[in-house]
Design a protein around this ligand. Structure first.
Ligand SMILES: C[S@@+](CC[C@H](N)C(=O)[O-])C[C@H]1O[C@@H](n2cnc3c(N)ncnc32)[C@H](O)[C@@H]1O
Length: 310
């Protein structure tokens, strides 16, 4: 589907009253969008990448407490963290998007593709505990509520990650996956400050941001930096709705916000789209907000940032 057609549909659906709009949008995604076939592989990969980043700075996830910002429709990231040893995962979302039928389908997928999923994890530090937890999924005896209780995954929605009922300095890791690109920059800054309040002094922030134009995920005719060509006003006309809002912040702005929130970046895993770099060098005209930035900064596809409190 052409991205402008998709933008039009999203804009039309977003003017319906919230509850109806959410339900209709979900149905559309289930029938002809990204939720047609449930496949948790990407979510498991993202969860494992978060775990490996934590281990990469000599920390462990074993017996640790996580707060995840922006759950979305499923809990595949919390499930992955639990399998890897986390003791408690509080996952919060401003919107109650979670769907039990999707969680069920993801768990069924894991059951039916047991060997392939096991291979993704490799050997974990605590193999006995991992096997026991994996068996809980494979046996499939629990309903979703029972499973969430067993795995200590606490879903809180609607709940704003700018203000959570979690005590000071009680969590080990504050994480998010594909969330910060969707919130206004001042909100991002407030979420980080709240995260810092909850983090233990030796805790970590691990945030993954997708800097690409999300329309390019389904319309492969446009480049990942397509949206950088538009003025703020033009872009908001296409995507200034609850389904596609993207702040278009580049990695330099994101890092500045982290530093201003009193955080120190200690590691990052960047992916740069070389095709985007080539397009800019060959004359693609960017909006003035981006035109003065280095091509590589504008072309960052995604980043996983690990930060500590200063
Ligand atoms: C694109 S979804 C990402 C979902 C999931 N993390 C994933 O990787 O698929 C972004 C989520 O962030 C949530 N969100 C946005 N602002 C938030 C806030 N201030 N507090 C909590 N959640 C928020 C949205 O409701 C949405 O469900």
């Amino acid at each position: 589907m052409h991205w402008k057609t998709k933008a039009l549909i999203q804009n039309l659906l977003s003017i319906l009253p919230s509850q109806i709009s959410y339900e209709v949008y979900y149905k559309v995604q289930r029938i002809c969008g990204g939720l047609r076939r449930v496949n948790p592989i990407i979510g498991i990969k993202d969860g494992i990448t978060i775990v490996r980043c934590i281990e990469g700075v000599e920390k462990s996830v074993d017996d640790k407490v996580f707060v995840e910002v922006g759950t979305g429709r499923t809990i595949i990231i919390p499930i992955t963290l639990w399998l890897c040893g986390a003791s408690r995962i509080i996952t919060v979302d401003l919107n109650p998007y979670l769907k039990n039928e999707l969680i069920q389908e993801e768990l069924n997928f894991i059951r039916c593709n047991k060997d392939a999923v096991l291979k993704m994890f490799g050997n974990s530090v605590n193999q006995k505990q991992f096997n026991e937890r994996f068996d809980t999924i494979v046996r499939g005896k629990l309903d979703i509520n029972g499973f969430m209780k067993e795995s200590q995954i606490e879903y809180i929605a609607p709940s704003d990650a700018r203000k959570l009922h979690v005590c000071d300095k009680t969590i080990d890791y504050h994480i998010s996956n594909n969330v910060f690109e969707h919130v206004p920059l001042e909100v991002m800054s407030q979420i980080l400050s709240e995260g810092k309040r909850m983090l233990k002094d030796d805790g970590l922030m691990v945030h993954r941001i997708d800097f690409s134009d999300h329309f390019s995920h389904s319309d492969h005719r446009i480049p990942t930096i397509n949206f950088l060509q538009y003025s703020e006003e033009q872009w908001l006309r296409y995507a200034g709705n609850r389904y596609m809002y993207h702040n278009r912040a580049r990695i330099d702005e994101f890092e500045e916000i982290m530093e201003n929130a009193g955080l120190k970046i200690i590691d990052k895993k960047l992916e740069i789209d070389q095709n985007a770099v080539r397009l800019i060098k060959s004359g693609l005209k960017l909006d003035k907000r981006f035109a003065g930035k280095p091509d590589e900064i504008n072309s960052v596809l995604n980043d996983l940032v690990v930060a500590t409190k200063v």
